[in-house]
Each structure stands twice: as C-alpha cells, then as structure tokens.
Design a binder for this molecule. Structure first.
Ligand SMILES: C[S@@+](CC[C@H](N)C(=O)[O-])C[C@H]1O[C@@H](n2cnc3c(N)ncnc32)[C@H](O)[C@@H]1O
Length: 450
C-alpha cells in the first residue's frame, strides 16, 4: 500500500507516437488517462485541497486544473487525484474521505492536440533516428499584427517540412505563414530565398525598430533583426544636422532612425523592392522632409551624390523636431513655422556602407569624388573635415588584431591609400563559425577625394 510519503507513480502525459508520418492528423493526438476524483460540494473544494492527509495524492500536471466542475451537478466539484487505483491512497487519506461523507468516482482526463507544445507534437511525429531535439527553433519577422516564422531545416527534416510548418502554424496563433529559409541568398539583393511550408503565401510584415515602424515584403528585401543594436550604435554616432548618405540602405533601418535623430539622409538601394518599401516607410514615419530615396548602383551613386547634395541641399537640415511637433504631425495638424528654413548643409558628414560581402570593393568610387567641387570658392570652408565612411565587411580572421590588419589592408588597397593609423574598427557579430562581421569607420583621406 502507498504510504503517502513518496509521490504517486508519474502519469505519462506524453503524446502518442506516430508510427508513420503519413498518419499525421490532429485527431490522432488524443490520449485518455483514467483517474480517480473526489466529489465535493463547491464551497468545500478549496479546503479539501489544503487538507494535509491528501497532500501528495492530488493531480498535478501542467495546464490541467486539479479541481473541475462536475457536469452532472453544478453545485459540486471534482477534485482530481493523481491515480486510477484506490489502493494507492494512504489509509489516512481514505479515512478522511469516508469521514467527510465524500465519494470517490472514476474520471477520464482527455489530452488532445491542443494540449501539447510544438516540440512535444513534433517529437511524436518525427522518427527516433533524427538528431536530438526537434527542429522547432524558429525566428519570426514582424511583431505588429501577424508574423512570418522562418525555420532553417537540416536536410534530415526536409521530408517532414510541411508537417513541421503545420504544427508551428497551429500552435502559434500570431503566425500566419511558415517558411523554410533555403541556403541560397539572392546574390545581389541579399534576401533569403524561401519556400512556403504552411499558412498563407503572404510575406508583408511590419516591425518596430529604433522607434520607427518598418513594413516590407520579407520575401523580396533584406532584413535582419539581429542588426538592431548595430543600427542603433551607428546612428547614435550621428549629430542632428548631419547629412548622412546610406549607399546600401535596404528598407531604411539606418536611414529612418538617423532622420528621426535630426539628420537628413540620402538613402540608396539597387533593389527596387527595397526602395519601394523604404519610401513607404518614410511616409508612414512622417519623415518625407528629411529623407530622399534613390535606386542606383552604389558605385554610380557614390560618384555623383556629393554634387547632388551641394547643388540641392535639404532646406531644413539641422532642425530637430520636438516630440510635440512630431505628435502634431501625426495628428496631421499644420505645424507653425517658428524659424525660417535654414540654408541647408552642402556637406556630407557620413557614408554608411552595409553590404559586408562587397562594400570594400565600392571604395574606389570615392577616388576623385570632389573633382568637380574642389575649385568652388566655398569648398574649403564647407569641407574643412572630410566625410566619415562606415564600411561593413566580413573577415575570416577571428582574432581582433588579425582582423584589424586584414581589414585595414584590404581597405587601403581599395583606396590605394593607407588608412592603417586612422579610424576605428568595431566588431559587429559572428555570422558563421569562421566568419566575423566588422564595421570600419574612418575619415576619407583628402588625397583620395581630391
Ligand atoms: C546587407 S543589406 C543592408 C540593408 C540595410 N542597410 C540594413 O542594414 O539592413 C545590403 C543592401 O544592399 C543592396 N545592394 C546590393 N548591391 C547593391 C549595389 N550594387 N548598389 C546598391 N545597393 C545594392 C541590397 O539590395 C541590400 O538591400
């Protein structure tokens, strides 16, 4: 007989195991567990739960209530016990139940598909010979409204991909689409190619980052939430009034926060889908007066943008909008102009180049960038300081010192001018076991530009 000192035998709450994935069907996941229950009047149920002699015999399993309604008598409750066998109750427990005039009844607890987690269901679906753990770690894109979940399935799971997708979809009500990221990245535009596993083929998501709202088509543009901190770090280096040129701007994760900070921004991307969404994001975030969007090859853009800014500066450059002004704009009330528009800055302060695979190869485009402006009488005053380039790149050198040498060498070669002693190298993140991402920031050498 059970002494009441050790726990009752553990109830097996695992889902039934499928013998073949073809059996997959939500109704398959139904498990009836016979138990005992004690019928008590509704007011007494709480007291019953606290009775010391019953401690250790009550049912405790995750997500299942110990006290349930008695469907045949609304005045009563059923207190569930963790066994189907009366012999397992201690004599004290049984005596207490008899003395209180209570009745022990049979109870059938049913667990179903909704009860188990994604991992538990997939464990039951996938064959035992697959790797330990289940392939359910997924990232999501989009926090506002419904989002897209993306998995990166190992080859061994590919034959179960649709079931994996379906289970993730079923178990996460905020997910509308599940995709498998394929290993190929679009060579030029850097977005992942993906295949739909479950849900609707709908890839437009909205994400909040750095106080801005970004909407974009996840299947056609580059977006990486892991760069959130890097976007914030770099933007924090900019001063209100700075003219920032983002050569590979994507949908605007540097450009929009920089404009919110009070900079004016020229944002370029060769992918027309990126610039389409960047423009939509500029409008949605009420930043049309401080961001201009371009859709050109980065090299051509670098060569011509200095002249463009010189000849066509932003009129309001440098004006930081107060929170009140921004709120007024959101309410679409006209803002009274307090100060006349400024002349605007003709000077570019920063170039952002986040295309780590090949940004360094675009650096030669800075050569002679000032050739058309250098004879202008205002030029020496405007360009007392040379623009700073923030160039992202990868390296296989995993030690900082070795990476520093490698990156500076490559940049110096591209510019045909040494930058060995200038600028700052910042480690961004490890992108693969043998590959790190860095950002090198340095003032463009005069001898390159002139
Ligand atoms: C790594 S993504 C960075 C996007 C964004 N700056 C960010 O941080 O998320 C690089 C971007 O460069 C764009 N791109 C690729 N080649 C380009 C080129 N030759 N000229 C301009 N943009 C290019 C891609 O379309 C992509 O949006």
């Amino acid at each position: 007989m059970y002494s009441g000192k050790q726990p009752l035998s553990i109830i097996n709450t695992r889902p039934p195991k499928l013998s073949s994935v073809n059996q997959f069907n939500r109704n398959f996941f139904r498990k009836d567990i016979p138990l005992l229950a004690v019928r008590v009047s509704a007011p007494k149920a709480g007291i019953f739960l606290k009775t010391p002699v019953l401690k250790g015999f009550l049912l405790h399993i995750p997500k299942v209530k110990t006290v349930v309604h008695n469907e045949s008598n609304p005045q009563e409750r059923l207190v569930l016990l963790g066994t189907a066998d009366q012999e397992k109750l201690s004599p004290d427990a049984r005596t207490f139940i008899v003395q209180e005039g209570l009745e022990i009844v049979q109870y059938l607890l049913t667990l179903d598909y909704d009860y188990w987690t994604t991992d538990e269901i997939l464990e039951a679906v996938l064959p035992e010979n697959t790797s330990e753990g289940t392939p359910t770690s997924f990232a999501t894109a989009g926090h506002l409204g419904l989002c897209v979940a993306h998995v990166n399935l190992k080859d061994e799971y590919l034959s179960f991909k649709n079931i994996i997708g379906q289970v993730i979809l079923d178990k996460n009500p905020n997910i509308k689409t599940v995709v498998n990221k394929l290993n190929n990245i679009h060579t030029q535009f850097r977005f992942f190619e993906m295949e739909l596993l479950a849900g609707v083929p709908e890839y437009i998501v909205t994400v909040n980052e750095s106080g801005c709202k970004f909407t974009f088509d996840f299947s056609k543009v580059y977006w990486n939430s892991r760069l959130h901190h890097e976007h914030e770090r770099l933007v924090s280096l900019f001063n209100p009034g700075d003219v920032v040129v983002d050569v590979f701007a994507g949908v605007g994760p540097f450009a929009l926060p920089a404009a919110k900070r009070g900079c004016v921004v020229l944002a370029n991307d060769l992918n027309p889908e990126s610039t389409k969404w960047a423009q939509i994001n500029v409008i949605n975030n009420h930043l049309t007066d401080r961001i201009r969007i371009f859709c050109e090859d980065g090299a051509t853009f670098i060569r011509r943008i200095t002249k463009e800014v010189w000849e066509n500066p932003f009129p309001e450059s440098g004006e930081v909008r107060s929170a009140t002004q921004q709120r007024r704009e959101l309410r679409k009330q006209p803002v009274k102009q307090q100060t006349p528009p400024r002349q605007g800055s003709k000077r570019i302060s920063h170039f952002v180049m986040n295309l780590p695979d090949s940004a360094i190869s675009f650096l030669p485009s800075f050569k002679n960038m000032f050739s058309e402006l250098k004879n202008h009488p205002e030029f020496p005053e405007v360009y007392q300081n040379m623009p700073v380039v923030h160039c992202y790149c990868f390296t296989r050198e995993l030690e900082f010192e070795a990476a520093n040498i490698d990156i500076r060498n490559r940049v110096s070669t591209a510019l045909n001018c040494s930058i060995e002693d200038s600028g700052v190298l910042h480690f961004v993140r490890r992108v693969a076991p043998n590959k790190d991402m860095y950002c090198i920031s340095f003032a463009l050498p005069q001898e390159v530009l002139l």
